[in-house]
Design a binder for this molecule. Structure first.
Ligand SMILES: Cc1cc2nc3c(=O)[nH]c(=O)nc-3n(C[C@H](O)[C@H](O)[C@H](O)COP(=O)(O)OP(=O)(O)OC[C@H]3O[C@@H](n4cnc5c(N)ncnc54)[C@H](O)[C@@H]3O)c2cc1C
Length: 438
């Protein structure tokens, strides 16, 4: 016998809207979503895996961003913060480091009484579904609450219900594999101790690990550039330290600077790497496709092709700066519509295609481009760009403003997307290795 809910649709919808909106992640975009929800009086809960706001950014906190403060603060959050006496940190100065972004902006925002009461830290979302409905069931789906399964830091599982879900969980925890095939190279688990996540703190906490070692940085983006510059500085102070930069394309246009780059810090990053390569401080290997990894002495060997010929490259350590990809495993029961190439929402993908667009040429977009066949479910922020490396915070702030207006039934505001991004000539290039904007 099939049980059918005979409650009228309007009553089921009304019940649904008594539930909170779940926001996954207390990074800059998750917290901006919270600020918008707060301003519109919509109940919400932010679920954050880490123990504090901006937990992913803390992991690369020693790294300087390239945008100045004026591009980094969400307008709605700014209003809430200023009402509590907060002032934008030095708007005319240099871009902040990740740590400064967290300490001077995200933490005060998350600590506002009206937001703090709605954030659960140490709470990792492990799955999202509809209450009692796997993805194959259609009848009554849009009036059925979302079910969000979480695991708390003490290992317990809980299930929460929600009227809508905004997934702002970023991509930092899921780097692209080193292999050109996009698969984890066979053997990678045997060398896990010498393969390092992007953006290690080479001149700080991780200094001893890299001093007097030969490190190969794999990837063509700004994360790679940051690490290469730090390693070259370490090599000057610690004789015996060697640096190799390995990329799979013939050139790494993404880290090269351009005269029309409005984000001057990023342009400087690219030209600094060019100089270090020219001076011989960094050895560069281009057109190297990694197929396998194996242990070699205390270090490792990258095996693949160099300019199409079989080749191997040895070093003590490898830094994987090949970029990031979204973790879609927790969304298995959600009806998603994703572009088959970049894994961004289908209607957003052509607007952000890194083969065509740089960080600064992305068209304004909001709830309409971010919708999925699952009403009330949205992927926003860095994760909404899938594998495209061109995300900027200003874009994400506009995404969540539009989505929250839509949740509030304010179609006029939801549809009126506005965005002014800094012009940049740096990153209109391919998906290959590393975040252009990061
Ligand atoms: C080095 C670097 C420099 C950058 N510089 C700039 C810049 O200058 N300007 C700019 O506009 N952009 C910049 N970016 C790009 C982008 O703005 C940042 O990556 C930004 O942190 C993205 O924000 P987010 O909120 O989407 O994701 P994140 O900051 O990654 O936040 C996601 C949050 O979700 C949490 N989380 C993850 N999984 C789960 C889960 N399953 N359950 C619960 N919580 C979870 C994480 O702990 C984290 O706190 C930079 C990126 C990098 C890496």
């Amino acid at each position: 016998m099939t049980l059918v809910d005979l409650t009228p649709r309007s009553v089921r919808t009304a019940r649904l809207t008594t539930l909170p909106v779940m926001v996954i992640g207390a990074g800059p975009i998750g917290l901006a979503a919270a600020a918008n929800l707060l301003e519109r009086g919509i109940d919400f809960t932010v679920l954050e895996a880490g123990e504090q706001a901006g937990s992913s950014i803390r992991l690369w906190g020693h790294t300087r961003l390239f945008s100045p403060w004026r591009h980094l603060v969400d307008p709605v959050s700014r209003r809430l913060l200023e009402a509590s006496g907060w002032m934008t940190p030095d708007d005319e100065g240099r871009a902040p480091t990740g740590e400064q972004l967290v300490d001077d902006y995200l933490t005060p925002l998350a600590e506002l009484d009206e937001i703090r009461a709605h954030v659960r830290y140490g709470t990792r979302v492990v799955a999202v579904s509809r209450d009692g409905m796997d993805r194959t069931r259609t009848a009554g789906r849009e009036t059925t609450p979302f079910l969000v399964r979480v695991q708390t830091s003490d290992g317990r599982f809980e299930e929460l219900t929600a009227r809508a879900v905004i997934d702002a969980s970023g991509t930092y925890a899921t780097p692209n594999p080193l292999s050109s095939s996009g698969l984890d190279p066979i053997g990678v688990s045997d060398v896990a101790d010498v393969v390092v996540h992007a953006l290690p703190n080479v001149l700080g906490a991780d200094r001893e690990r890299f001093a007097q070692k030969h490190t190969t940085v794999v990837g063509a983006g700004h994360s790679a550039a940051n690490t290469l510059i730090a390693l070259a500085e370490l090599a000057r102070a610690e004789p015996g330290t060697r640096v190799t930069w390995l990329i799979r394309n013939p050139s790494a246009i993404r880290v090269s600077s351009s005269a029309d780059d409005e984000l001057a810090d990023r342009a400087r990053l690219g030209s600094r790497v060019d100089q270090l390569v020219d001076s011989g401080a960094i050895a560069k290997i281009d057109s190297f496709e990694i197929a396998r990894i194996s242990r070699h002495g205390a270090g490792l060997r990258l095996v693949g092709t160099h300019h199409g010929e079989p080749s191997a490259h040895d070093s003590d350590l490898v830094v994987n700066a090949t970029g990031f990809r979204p973790d879609l495993s927790m969304l298995r029961e959600i009806r998603l519509s994703l572009d088959e190439t970049v894994e961004a929402p289908t209607r957003l993908a052509p607007l952000i295609d890194p083969n065509v667009h740089s960080c600064g040429t992305v068209s304004p977009h909001g709830f309409a481009e971010l919708q999925h066949p699952e009403p009330g479910f949205f992927i926003v922020g860095m994760k909404s760009y899938g594998r495209a490396p061109t995300f900027l915070l200003a874009t994400g702030y506009e995404q969540v403003r539009s989505i929250v207006a839509w949740l509030d039934g304010d179609m006029h505001s939801a549809s009126e997307v506005q965005l002014r991004l800094p012009a940049t000539g740096v990153c209109s290039t391919t998906l290959d290795g590393g975040s252009c904007c990061g």
